[in-house]
Design a protein around this ligand. Structure first.
Ligand code: HEM
Length: 528
């Protein structure tokens, strides 16, 4: 009798003889689906409970932090915009090492110069991994320089040496930036003192520089190839923030659905296709005794390594890593340069002081070169202060622990995602006189000489420090000083005063919408 009662309400009861429902093929199919649904429900609930249990267990070991919602985590704590909003308060409440949860995955956030330096430099090896990114791993190779630590190191070393040897003795990186400047001067002059959006022209200049370095092609601003390169690379850069990508990275199982998989692949495919097309043309015309650009050095490396089993250099890796270099090295620098000029338009006194220094040291007959930098301490301090104020990469790129590590009294398990909160370093009150204000004195000593500050880490630090730091700093110095030598930058008539707090929480919108008016400076208006 007891058994009979149970039979009434369990799906298995549907198989019982004598039940009229169960006669016929239709009811058998229905029973099958009901069992399947029940199994799925058990599986999902089991998984959910297991994740919850793991989350609770792990939370006891990890640094403190805001209590996560079961399974959902701290919903607004891991992307760039919410990080800037919430982390300063969490830093105050929980101290310089705290944990936030992206669903059931913990993310350890590091704040302040001492902590970030301790992790990325003193414990650099333990924090040098990158967490997996399923949308990028879809093609089997991850994103640029994401690979496991051995191949990442090999690729990074190789990329650094190819960038350093750029031009192989023919044309230096500095010559190349000077070449770009001529195009930029004419493009700005064509604006004839009318307001324009600097992000576009400066973007063309930086993309064209990268195209020369990587593909050996100095593209004209009106060349459709430059337009395609910019569009494809930006599509690639922004893909990471697309809801589709976020959802697929949280639930990688979705990438098994062919339709979704294709959507994800299509976004990065354009930039990979451009790289592959250039690579094919390079292969047909390469002279191994005289490499022309970074792509030639990749192709030569590929040939050299193809017989070595497990070497990270193969056909696929060219598109991924070179595409990644384009993404990492273009909008970062052009946004920084845009901010430098827009900032100058809001602080005319500082702009004039920079121009006076350039006029005195360089004059007007030649553009400034790298050799002038030590004699231009104020200009150098202003560029540094612009980068500090802009704080372009507030949470850098995600790091991950390479092994279980004891850090500042907490156990951080292998694989845990780590965020170095660079904003807290660039505004650490222990290291900056006026962290909230734009003040070039942050980089000047009492004699007005340039004074480096160890907490200046817009490029991060340690083994994963920005690979293009030297190139970016060179581009910023050469372009900023030459542009200020040639033009005076004014904000458009009626433009509001710059609100740094607003700018910091709406960086991209601010940079894209900012306008400038450039007035040619034919002769130095200040006497030396
Ligand atoms: C002002 C311009 C730039 C800024 C502010 C910047 C900032 C950064 C930051 C914060 C990181 C993350 C470091 C970390 O994970 O701790 C990074 C990584 C990287 N950057 Fe830059 N970057 C700039 C320009 C460039 C340029 C010009 C290139 C290439 C020529 C480049 C290539 C890379 C690469 C390849 C990585 C990944 C390094 C690795 O994982 O080993 N960046 N950058």
């Amino acid at each position: 009798m007891l058994q009979g009662k149970a039979i009434l309400w369990t799906p298995f009861s549907l198989f019982q003889n004598g039940d009229r429902w169960l006669r016929g093929a239709g009811s058998r199919t229905m029973a099958f689906f009901m069992i399947l649904s029940l199994l799925l429900l058990v599986l999902v609930t089991g998984n959910v409970l297991l994740s919850y249990w793991k989350q609770k267990k792990l939370a006891k070991l990890l640094p403190p932090g805001p209590p996560p919602l079961p399974l959902l985590g701290n919903l607004t704590c891991f992307d760039r915009v919410s990080a800037c909003k919430h982390y300063p308060k969490l830093h105050q409440k929980y101290g310089p090492v705290f944990t936030v949860w992206k669903m059931t995955k913990p993310i350890v956030v590091l704040c302040g110069y001492e902590t970030v330096k301790d992790a990325l430099v003193n414990h650099g090896e333990h924090f040098s991994e990158r967490p997996p990114l399923p949308t990028a791993d879809i093609n089997g190779k991850g994103y640029a320089l994401s690979s496991d630590s051995k191949s990442w190191r090999q690729i990074r070393r190789f990329m650094l040496s190819s960038l350093r040897n750029y031009g192989m003795g023919k044309k230096s990186m500095e010559d190349l930036v000077h070449e770009q400047l001529q195009k930029l001067f004419s493009a700005i002059s064509e604006k004839k003192g009318k307001d324009f959006r600097p992000i576009h022209l400066l973007g063309f200049a930086i993309y064209s520089t990268m195209s020369s370095v990587i593909f050996g092609e100095n593209l004209d601003y009106k060349d459709p190839k430059l337009y395609d390169l910019v569009t494809a690379t930006r599509k690639y850069i922004h893909s990471i923030n697309l809801p589709l990508y976020q959802i697929c990275n949280a639930f990688p199982v979705l990438l098994k659905v062919p339709f979704i998989r294709n959507l994800v692949i299509n976004v990065v495919d354009d930039v990979h296709l451009i790289v592959r097309t250039y690579a094919d043309a390079h292969k047909a015309s390469i002279d191994i005794t005289s490499p022309r650009d970074l792509l030639d050095t990749w192709i030569m490396k590929l040939k050299e390594e193809e017989s070595k089993p497990g070497a990270p250099f193969d056909e696929k890796s060219i598109a991924i890593h070179v595409g990644g270099l384009l993404a990492a090295g273009t909008d970062t620098t052009s946004s920084s340069l845009t901010f430098c000029l827009v900032m100058m338009s809001h602080v005319p006194d500082i702009q004039e002081r920079v121009q006076r220094e350039i006029d005195e040291v360089v004059g007007h007959d030649r553009v400034p070169g790298m050799k002038d930098r030590p004699q231009l301490p104020y200009t150098n301090a202003v560029i540094h202060e612009c980068q500090r104020t802009l704080d372009l990469a507030p949470i850098a790129l995600y790091h991950a622990a390479t092994e279980d590590i004891q850090f500042r009294g907490f156990l951080i398990p292998k694989g845990t995602t780590i965020i170095p909160f660079l904003t807290s370093v660039l505004s650490d009150p222990a290291h900056w006189k006026n962290p909230e204000e734009f003040d070039p004195d942050n980089f000047l000593d009492d004699e007005g000489q340039f004074k480096p500050n160890p907490a200046f880490l817009p490029f991060s630090a340690g083994p994963r420090v920005c690979l293009g730091e030297n190139l970016a700093r060179m581009e910023l110095f050469l372009m900023f000083s030459a542009l200020l030598q040639k033009f005076a930058f004014r904000k458009p008539a009626g433009a509001k005063d710059l609100d740094l707090k607003y700018m910091q929480s709406n960086k991209m919108a601010f940079l894209v919408s900012s306008q400038l008016c450039a007035i040619p400076r034919s002769a130095p208006p200040f006497s030396a």
